[in-house]
Design a protein around this ligand. Structure first.
Ligand code: SF4
Length: 330
């Protein structure tokens, strides 16, 4: 039976040995990069994963793709447990889950032509009966990604394209494999502001026409407001708020989400929110604060927030803000 969800994540954790990823610890402590994530994604759904740099959203994406091994928890893809797969099965799964990375300058091999770049994954996965068929797929993927006519791009090299065109090539090479899930990790943050909207519109159109599910990772909630069905806000390895995009935008519950939302530029001055500037730095994920891990920066923290971890007793934490004081400031 086909699962209702394309992706289910249950209690997923990814810890690194401290010191192996830039944080130094003498005590053999661990970096809690992803810490007890629960998430469900329906077929054809778009979810925005939002949070500041270092909150664990990219590590979560890499773990979902099997590029990082999960420390604990379970990942189900189309109802099948894919948490710890053998290499052969992993390869097959990666065809169905494709990733668009942040930096189109680094994700394209500068020595390959655009044709070689897009054809390569088809060859690796044994897709297409022959070269002619693979070339046709390549051209279609390029044209669907806005690079028309495809023939004018096939023999060019990445350095001969603009930043936006390069990101379109990255998207084309993911699309050529006809994935069911696209994980886009900050796909527009390296691009000029003028072409960000074009790339987001392209992803929105592809999602609509192909029915692909999308996880859109961003630090800027403002970039995906119109595109995503739901939003999950991450802080220090955990989802602190999740809900329908409109619900979260109109009725933001968690103080961290409120701070993120308050800094989104709004052209109409009458609709502008009061900016909430959080005090202090994001704590070191090796030495997490006691109680609620947001308490050192939370503008409404109370004494009990230092002792109680709302995530641990809020059994429905993935469906509402995991906060002790919700009723006090709604
Ligand atoms: Fe702030 Fe306390 Fe809610 Fe944490 S539990 S977000 S510290 S009010």
């Amino acid at each position: 039976m086909t699962s209702e969800f394309i992706l289910e994540v249950k209690g997923l954790k990814k810890y690194f040995q401290a010191g192996s990823s830039g944080w130094f610890s003498k005590n053999g402590k661990q970096v809690h990069a992803v810490d007890d994530i629960h998430l469900q994604l329906k077929h054809g759904e778009v979810i925005a994963l939002v949070g500041e740099s270092g909150c664990g959203k990219s590590t979560l994406a890499l773990t979902l793709l099997g590029l990082e091994e999960a420390t604990a928890g379970q990942i189900l893809f189309n109802g099948q447990d894919v948490t710890h797969l053998a290499d052969k099965e992993k390869k097959e799964m990666r065809r169905k889950i494709q990733m668009v990375f942040q930096d189109p300058y680094e994700s394209l091999n500068p020595t390959q032509t655009i044709q070689e770049i897009v054809v390569e994954p088809l060859v690796v996965h044994g897709i297409g009966a022959n070269e002619t068929e693979r070339l046709e797929r390549t051209k279609k993927a390029l044209e669907d990604s806005g690079l028309k006519p495809a023939e004018t791009y096939l023999n060019r090299f990445p350095h001969q394209l603009s930043g936006g065109q390069r990101q379109r090539v990255v998207i084309a090479s993911a699309l050529a494999l006809e994935p069911q899930l696209l994980v886009a990790d900050e796909p527009v943050s390296m691009l000029d502001v003028s072409i960000r909207a074009e790339i987001i519109n392209l992803l929105a159109e592809l999602q609509k026409t192909r029915g692909i599910s999308v996880i859109f990772i961003t630090h800027d909630l403002g970039t995906v407001g119109f595109f995503a069905d739901r939003v999950a806000v991450m802080y220090l390895g955990r989802i602190v708020e999740i809900g329908g995009m409109n619900d979260v935008l109109k009725n933001t519950k968690h103080p961290y989400s409120q701070a993120l939302l308050s800094v989104i530029p709004v052209p109409n001055p009458r609709l502008r929110r009061k900016r909430i500037i959080l005090q202090g730095e994001t704590p070191n994920p090796v030495n997490l604060p006691s109680g609620c891990r947001f308490h050192p920066r939370c503008p409404i923290a109370e004494e009990k927030c230092k002792q109680q971890d709302p995530h641990l007793f809020n059994l429905n934490a993935t469906h509402q803000a995991a906060c002790l004081l919700l009723e006090n400031y709604q």
